[in-house]
Design a protein around this ligand. Structure first.
Ligand code: CO
Length: 155
C-alpha cells in the first residue's frame, strides 16, 4: 500500500465526470488499498478516486462507526429520505467548512472490489459521506451545495 497525493480544489480533475470501473482487477485493488490508507493518514471520513487523480467511479468511506472502511465501486444512490443540515468539509479543501443540506438516510447500490454487487444503507454522517463522495464522481463539490459559509470563529 502507498499514500497517494490528494488533489486540491482548483484542479480541473475535480470537475470532471468519472468513468465506470469495468475491470475488477489487481489495479483496482491497489487503488482501493491506497485510497483507504490515504484516507486514514489524512484523518478523513471519505475519499473519491478523482481526489487522488484517477477518473474512475470508486470511493472509500470510514465514519469511525467501528465497521471499518467501506469500498464502493460504481456507486449509485437508489433511495434517499429526510433532510439534515450540517457542517461539511473535504480533504481537497483543508480548513474549509460549510453548512450543506443532505438527505438524512440513503441507500446506495455499488460493487465491491471483486465485482460483487451490494447495497449499503447510511444514516446521519454516513449518509452525508456517501452523498459527498458520489458527488465527487460527477465533478460536484460540496461548496456547490452550500447554503451558508461558516464564519471563521464558529467552526
Ligand atoms: Co470531498
Amino acid at each position: 500500500m502507498a499514500l497517494r497525493e490528494i488533489v486540491k480544489f482548483g484542479e480541473d480533475i475535480l470537475r470532471k465526470k468519472c468513468r465506470e470501473v469495468t475491470a475488477f482487477d489487481e489495479k483496482l485493488a491497489t487503488l482501493l488499498d491506497d485510497m483507504a490508507e490515504t484516507l486514514r493518514n489524512a484523518d478523513g471520513v471519505g475519499l473519491a478516486a478523482p481526489q487522488v487523480g484517477i477518473l474512475r467511479r470508486a470511493v472509500v468511506v470510514d465514519v469511525r462507526d467501528g465497521k471499518g472502511t467501506i469500498e464502493l465501486v460504481n456507486p449509485v444512490i437508489i433511495e434517499q429520505e429526510g433532510v439534515q443540515v450540517g457542517n461539511e468539509g473535504c480533504l481537497s479543501a483543508p480548513g474549509e467548512w460549510c453548512e450543506v443540506e443532505r438527505p438524512m438516510r440513503v441507500t446506495v447500490k455499488a460493487f465491491d472490489r471483486t465485482g460483487k454487487e451490494f447495497t449499503v444503507k447510511g444514516e446521519g454522517l454516513l449518509a452525508r459521506a456517501l452523498c459527498h463522495e458520489t458527488d465527487h464522481l460527477e465533478g460536484v463539490l460540496f461548496t456547490d451545495r452550500v447554503k451558508q459559509v461558516i464564519p471563521e470563529g464558529r467552526r
